[in-house]
Design a protein. Structure first.
Length: 81
């Protein structure tokens, strides 16, 4: 089963290197993605479950597929919705 995440990211255009831009100059977008369910990682000292997910590579791949044409997404925030 999948979970919906709202991911805010900045768009790094294809062909732009890591030293060729200022973060404030990049377009920022927020989109929703269906990704893996969060997994139980541990139970904290107060008995509350700690969940983690989705994986960073899974998020990057989803953003890259959404953007197409070689653009990259630089993840800013991730929120489960």
């Amino acid at each position: 089963m999948a979970t919906t995440y709202e991911i805010t990211y900045r768009v790094l255009p294809a062909g732009v290197g890591p030293d060729d831009y200022e973060p404030a100059d990049l377009e920022e977008r927020t989109d929703r993605f269906e990704l893996s369910d969060p997994e139980l990682a541990s139970i904290d000292g107060n008995g509350y479950p700690q969940h983690y997910g989705p994986s960073y590579p899974e998020m990057k791949a989803a953003i890259r597929a959404h953007l197409g044409n070689g653009d990259e997404g630089i993840i800013v925030t991730v929120r489960q919705v």
